[in-house]
Design a protein around this ligand. Structure first.
Ligand code: ADP
Length: 297
């Protein structure tokens, strides 16, 4: 649905935010996972036509329509795109209903009756109908993000881009928000940019891992996890021994369990020394890819 080819961007300060990014993004939920500074927002802003790339191409293919050259035909993209930016601000003194109406006018839904129908439908879809007359300043973080999705869905987009939407949400709000995204992903391509591995694990049938402007891996999370089978080992260790393990093993992650560090290491064979085999998860995949990249650098 979305083809990204060799997309590159270097900022004036010399940072290579996008380094020959090539990705195929199908319909459904696509997770774009990477640490802060990976280049996710730069990619999202480029796809959303808010920022120019230096080189490369992006094509949006909608069944039954002519392909759209995203980098050149910006108006056409904007008509088919919904975007929830990372720093989505709202007017705190305006109600959700009024602001959504206002956005709908900007989106070109000029017929009043039709606009009412669309706005009411979206407020119901994102479960804000009962709170529609409340001022946005009184909304919780999760409610604000759901409002952000409602505005992104105005105009029936084929491509929806959400940038780090779950940061700062409590577990219940996060769940509710992800369920909403999953329902939307049934019909359109949704790109979810996040540094939270669980967001992708829980939601995305396809994904990419990105860091330092480069795509390190793309495909199905389950395939990437399968490829690491029998290569991840865990051990609870003494805090004072951590540095030693890091020197002698490929440590993927260190987590505190009951206040004591538990490390995961990557090794093709049993490292012995009290390590136990564990079933790998997406977090192991993620850290392994980041490790491989930093070792190659
Ligand atoms: P992410 O969204 O994954 O955190 P960004 O795309 O925001 O990553 O940033 C990628 C890199 O580009 C970072 O090193 C960041 O500091 C740099 N960067 C982002 N925006 C700008 C800008 N407008 N000017 C200069 N450097 C930028």
């Amino acid at each position: 649905m979305l083809q990204i080819r060799s997309l590159s961007k270097t900022y004036a300060n010399g940072v290579h935010a996008l380094d020959a990014v090539t990705l195929d993004i199908p319909r459904g939920m696509f997770g774009l996972l990477g640490p802060n500074g990976a280049g996710k927002s730069s990619l999202m802003r480029t796809l959303s036509t808010l920022q120019e790339a230096d080189s490369g191409s992006v094509t949006l293919e909608i069944p039954g329509e002519a392909p759209i050259d995203v980098l050149r035909d910006k108006d056409a993209v904007r008509r088919r795109l919904g975007y929830l930016p990372q720093d989505f601000g709202v007017y705190p003194k305006v109600s959700a209903l009024d602001l959504l109406e206002h956005f709908a006018v900007l989106k070109g839904i000029t017929h009043k009756g039709q606009r009412r129908e669309v706005v009411d439908g979206l407020l119901q879809q994102v479960n804000l109908w009962d709170a529609r007359k409340r001022k946005l300043g009184t909304y919780s973080g999760g409610m604000r993000q759901r409002f952000g999705i409602a505005q992104a869905l105005l105009g029936d987009p084929r491509l929806v881009i959400v940038d780090e939407p779950t940061a700062g949400l409590d577990p219940e709000e996060r769940n509710r928000f992800l369920n909403l995204l999953a329902a939307i992903g049934e019909n359109v391509a949704v790109i979810l940019s996040t540094h939270i591995v669980e967001d992708v694990t829980d939601l995305c049938p396809t994904m990419a891992i990105m860091n330092k402007g480069q795509v390190l891996l793309t495909g199905k999370p389950s395939d990437a996890i399968d490829a690491l089978q029998h290569q991840v080992w865990r051990k609870q260790v003494d805090p004072s021994a951590l540095a030693g393990y890091e020197a002698n093993h490929v440590v993927l992650s260190t987590r505190l369990v009951g206040g004591r560090p538990v490390i995961h290491v990557h090794s093709a064979s049993d490292p012995g020394d009290g390590f136990q085999a564990v079933a790998p998860d997406l977090e192991d995949v993620y850290f392994q890819r980041l490790r491989l990249q930093s070792r190659a650098a």
